[in-house]
Design a protein around this ligand. Structure first.
Ligand SMILES: [Zn+2]
Length: 311
């Protein structure tokens, strides 16, 4: 190769590299049913090695538009989701559906500015009360740049009970629940394919995190089990494969853990035990069955102890 051609090749590579850096790399997505796409986040807490990409995200393509279901843990994850959508369809994103308040699910909303947001009727207030803390934590976990561009969340379509969203020949059913994982949990059901996006009402492999009510969550599991789904996308854990096609069986590990949590805390309380004793004793048989057990079980026990202390 002559000098000129080498130089041309180097320049060309430099231009390609610059273009790639300016445009976010699309997230990996899988089409799990016709027009239904999922991205599986890392089963981990947000950290530099995963860039805050720790929640499962999805989108559903209708005849006239696209519904995004959760947007990721940072604006950058949201931009990468937007690129993944653009790679699969020319249809515009017409609604962002936030399944609940947790930052790993909503901070990518910044990449969809101007698109109406649908969420639980409690969502906007719940985020407003916590946003400062969430942003500070994100900056601690990933650096100050990760939180750049996050704005307050405005819910344009609040869901108190249920809401149908039309995408052009495809109708999604959004359902709001009483306090369970949080006080603002929402699911999205696509009757056309029998696909249920459960948000964090369903954890697989990743230990469930209780930021609402463990007792309430057990009640919601009974309600969820009646949804006529053929597959389910959990908020955390495998989003493709045999586990997601087992419905309502996919709810059982979570039900077993939450039952052990509630019964264990009640036993300690009845015996006059302390919160510290509860943390070391409750649900220990579950440790080997879950990822991130030691990160979340102490918090779950503490929250459940405080909630059940006065019952
Ligand atoms: Zn959550």
């Amino acid at each position: 190769m002559g000098r000129t051609r080498v130089l041309a090749a180097v320049l060309c590579a430099a231009v390609l590299a610059t273009t790639a850096a300016a445009r976010a790399a699309p997230l990996a997505v899988t089409e799990i049913a016709p027009g239904v796409f999922v991205h599986q986040g890392a089963i981990a807490e947000p950290a530099p090695d995963n860039g805050g990409d720790t929640a499962n995200l999805g989108f559903i393509v209708g005849g006239s538009g696209v519904a995004v279901i959760d947007t990721g843990g940072t604006p950058e994850v949201g931009r990468r989701l937007r690129e993944a959508i653009a790679a699969r369809t020319d249809k515009p994103v017409t609604v962002v559906i936030d399944t609940h308040m947790h930052p790993d699910h909503i901070f990518g909303n910044a990449a969809f500015a101007g698109v109406p947001v649908a969420g639980h009727a409690n969502l906007q207030d719940a985020v407003a009360a916590r946003q400062e803390v969430y942003q500070r934590r994100l900056a601690d976990e990933l650096g100050a740049d990760a939180a750049a561009g996050i704005t307050p969340l405005r819910v344009d379509q609040p869901v108190a009970d249920a809401l149908r969203i039309e995408l052009g020949g495809r109708t999604l059913v959004l359902t709001a629940y009483p306090t369970a994982h949080t006080n603002n949990d929402l699911t999205v059901f696509d009757p056309q394919t029998g696909t249920l996006f459960a948000g964090d009402l369903l954890f697989l492999d990743h230990l469930p995190a209780v930021d609402g009510s463990a007792v309430g969550w057990l009640g919601v599991i009974d309600t969820l089990a009646r949804v006529p789904a053929v597959r389910v996308v959990p908020g955390h854990g495998p989003a493709v494969g045999p586990a997601v096609a087992d419905w309502p069986g996919a709810l059982e590990p979570e039900r077993r853990y939450l039952t052990a949590l509630v019964e264990g805390v009640r036993r300690v309380l009845k015996a006059g035990g302390s919160i510290q004793e509860a943390v070391t004793q409750v649900a220990q048989d579950e440790r080997a069955r879950w990822l991130l057990f030691d990160a979340y079980n102490p918090r779950n026990v503490t929250a459940t102890f405080a909630a059940l202390e006065w019952e």
